[in-house]
Design a protein around this ligand. Structure first.
Ligand SMILES: Nc1nc2c(ncn2[C@@H]2O[C@H](COP(=O)(O)OP(=O)(O)OP(=O)(O)O)[C@@H](O)[C@H]2O)c(=O)[nH]1
Length: 288
């Protein structure tokens, strides 16, 4: 996994690259991780995308809490975007994306048809921070080997358009948009879901965040996963970490227990989870 480079110079470059490509598309597929829909967005995303129509794609829905995913979809729809939750890895609901795209671009399609264009094209690109599933989505949408269209007037030379179907064309994913995690909580969420390299945050910090989060929000699953009783659950966070460490044979090596919690969370041992709900974060870019 790539390391994070959040430098103003890098970001300005990535932003320019993306903005340049944006001129060539009709709408954007903004991909986020359904477990962390806001933390997994580049904070400049709204500024970058501007008024372009957008479909918010909450990917990895197979790992996220279904109830919270519904809340997020409703939230984004309320902001005026199309929104959909998918599981790109298992190709679930991906075929809804072209349908939504056509709905979003209905006026353009109608106009082109009225001019006698039999197969009007609508164009989009996927953008999102690393690891949210952009490549998986793109590859699935174009079903790998579908032919690439050539140059067209008014379009940058040699630009490759990938066909999802007769109407929807996709631009290969542009420059890299890193997440920003000067807010510690965002960093911990990204670390717990494996969106950023494990070397960025120490495991004791991320593991403790996991312990606190799961005992509070998914207590039954957490209790069952570690065979905890009511007395255990009455312990403070620190004491519970010590207890779990001893119970799991790590003695006073609490870092190993912290690592285990991170591992177990990613493996789904506490079930499907979502680390944030609409409106509960200072990093909510749309609420500014
Ligand atoms: N469980 C699950 N895993 C997924 C899903 N979509 C993608 N993945 C996995 O997430 C990881 C990252 O997917 P990529 O498609 O490489 O993500 P990307 O956004 O293109 O990443 P970069 O190339 O780093 O920008 C891979 O291991 C995928 O198999 C999904 O819907 N569910």
């Amino acid at each position: 996994m790539a390391t994070i480079q959040w430098f103003p110079g890098h970001m300005a470059k990535a932003r320019n690259q993306v903005q340049e490509k944006l001129k060539q598309v009709d709408f954007v597929l903004e991909i986020v991780d359904a477990r962390t829909p806001e933390a997994s967005r580049n904070p400049m995303m709204n500024e970058i995308i501007g008024a372009k129509p957008r479909i918010m794609v909450l990917n990895k829905q197979d790992l996220a809490d279904p109830e919270k995913t519904k809340q997020w979809v409703t939230y984004y729809q309320g902001l005026g975007y199309e929104a959909i939750a998918i599981d790109a890895q298992h190709a679930k609901r991906l075929n809804q994306i072209p349908t939504l795209g056509k709905r979003l671009m209905a006026a353009k399609i109608t106009k082109q048809k009225s001019r006698g264009i039999r197969n009007p094209a609508i164009r989009a690109m996927c953008i999102g921070i690393p690891n949210v599933g952009k490549s998986t989505i793109l590859n699935r949408l174009i079903k790998k080997n579908v032919a690439v269209t050539g140059n067209r007037p008014g379009v940058t030379k040699n630009q490759q358009w990938l066909k999802a179907d007769e109407t929807l064309q996709l631009l290969d994913t542009p420059g890299i948009l890193w997440p920003k995690f000067d807010d510690d909580l965002i960093g911990k969420k990204l670390a717990l879901t494996g969106a950023i390299a494990d070397s960025v945050y120490s495991e004791d910090v991320v593991g403790m965040y996991g312990l606190q989060f799961f005992r509070e929000h998914y207590q039954e699953a957490f209790r069952r996963a570690y065979g905890l009783n009511a007395q255990d659950l009455a312990l403070s966070d620190g004491d519970l970490m010590i207890h779990l460490s001893q119970k799991n044979g790590f003695a006073d090596n609490y870092n190993r227990m912290a690592e285990r919690i991170i591992f177990d969370a990613r493996q789904g041992k506490f079930g499907r989870f979502t680390l944030e709900v609409p409106g509960d974060d200072a990093n909510d870019a749309d609420a500014e």
